[in-house]
Design a protein around this ligand. Structure first.
Ligand code: FAD
Length: 399
């Protein structure tokens, strides 16, 4: 936007955050409550019910079992954050974090990669255990190890929690720290080659800003496009099935099978889902929230019944759809500043593991804005530069 245009904006703020779910609210919370950032922070959210946000539709699980050290470090902070929420923010902020563990299984030939990943995790402070296929049945009597070469189990600091409590707390604390939330949809971004000058809302309002954070989840690619910036993030549809199994083994960890099927307990039920092979996984219509019921019969039930025979007799109770904020380059988060547009920040593309990383990713982008550099974690490898230079940062453990 040209100078004279900025002068006629309806208002002007220091930081505009586009999207007010987990990432946007975490960035706002860290700026205003944790880092003493003195500037004004405006979070623009098109749907304050969050009904279609990834955050609300997530499987809301957290793990240390990644292959990329940065992802492990991001989750360490997420775990510490979840564990401390009730004491820090009061009883209503209890996210009901259940540390039920993850069991990640490797098929034939996958044991070497799994073993290397476990080593990385243990170096990064996790207690992940590597279990050979022949030892599995002794550890977990309910498992059928056919076709497995090994598995990795995280006995602590991995599990699941309530996503709405995490989001609600981040949002409330951001507001109490002085961040403002505005209901509106960003439909235009006024940018030149080096700066974002402001954003335009569907209502016609124009807001000038000193910095802009893209926290638009699966819509982040489109939002970046409004500024003329290419960002390889698109919505990918995932159906989550709620299942009932009368004879389910008690105390199941989150189990991730090599077939792409995962399952974990959820109250008196279990929830389960499936990720298609990369070649078959296509961009979703952002308005498509209709469950793919056929996935249950075709992929999920056969895989569950094979791996955990107790699930042979399973009833599907209901299903919901959410969209992954899918980074087509390497399925890893993009956290950083645009190399040329110096006041444009990204916290995007987490591809199915973003909720657990939202406390740390929001803190990281807040540090960049407040201090001009990362302070807590060096996330230099996760920046936008790798996108621009087509240098994938591969994560082996994407579920
Ligand atoms: C089925 C499923 C299971 C998942 N399981 C896990 C899991 O177990 N663990 C985990 O860590 N992660 C998981 N994820 C991923 C995780 O949910 C996301 O990575 C994370 O919630 C992303 O948060 P976000 O705030 O960036 O995006 P969102 O929660 O999608 O929020 C983006 C917000 O931006 C708003 N917005 C978009 N465009 C605009 C605009 N132009 N103007 C104004 N507002 C706008 C939207 O309304 C939305 O509220 C899962 C995701 C899905 C779909």
């Amino acid at each position: 936007m040209k100078k004279e245009a900025a002068n006629v904006a309806d208002r002007s703020v220091d930081v505009v955050i586009v999207g007010g779910a987990a990432m946007g609210s975490s960035a706002a919370f860290h700026l205003r409550r944790e880092l003493d950032f003195g500037g004004s922070v405006l979070v623009i959210e098109r749907d304050p019910s969050y009904a279609r946000s990834s955050t609300a539709l997530s499987a809301s699980s957290i793990r240390l079992q990644f292959s990329t050290p940065e992802n492990i470090r991001l989750s360490h902070y997420g775990i510490a954050f979840l564990r401390a929420m009730k004491d820090r923010f009061g009883p209503e902020a209890d996210p009901k974090f259940h540390e039920g563990g993850y069991l990640i299984m490797a098929g034939a030939g996958g044991d070497r990669t799994l073993a290397a990943n476990v080593e990385t995790q243990r170096r990064e402070g996790a207690d992940t255990q590597f279990i050979r296929a022949e030892e599995l049945a002794a550890r977990f009597s309910w498992i059928n190890p056919d076709g497995l070469s090994a598995a990795a189990f995280g006995p602590n600091r991995e599990g699941w929690y309530d996503p709405n409590t995490l989001l609600g707390t981040l949002r409330r604390e951001a507001r109490s720290g002085g961040a403002e939330y505005l209901t509106g949809e960003v439909v235009g971004i006024e940018a030149n080659r080096t700066r974002i000058e402001g954003v335009r809302l569907a209502s016609g309002e124009r807001i000038a800003c000193g910095a802009m954070v893209n926290a638009a989840g699966p819509n982040a690619g489109r939002v970046a496009g409004l500024a003329g910036v290419e960002l390889p993030v698109e919505p990918r549809k995932r159906t989550v099935f709620v299942v009932h199994c009368r004879d389910a083994p008690s105390g199941l960890p989150l189990c991730a099978d090599p077939s792409g099927v995962w399952i974990r307990p959820e109250g008196t039920f279990h929830i389960s889902g499936w990720s298609p092979p990369e070649a078959e996984d296509k961009a979703a219509d952002p308005n498509d929230f209709e469950p793919d019921y056929s996935e249950f019969e075709t992929y999920i039930w056969p895989s569950l019944a094979h791996r955990i025979p107790a699930f042979e007799a399973t009833r599907m109770v209901r299903a919901w759809v959410g969209h992954y904020d899918y980074n087509t380059l390497d399925q890893n988060g993009i956290i950083g500043r645009h190399p040329a547009i110096e006041n444009l920040y990204f916290v995007n593309g987490f591809s199915g593991h973003g909720l657990q990383q939202s406390p740390a990713a929001g803190r990281a982008v807040a540090e960049l804005i407040a201090f001009g550099q990362f302070r807590s974690l060096d996330l230099g490898r996760m920046g936008y530069e790798r996108i621009a230079e087509n240098r994938p940062l591969r994560e082996d453990n994407v579920i």
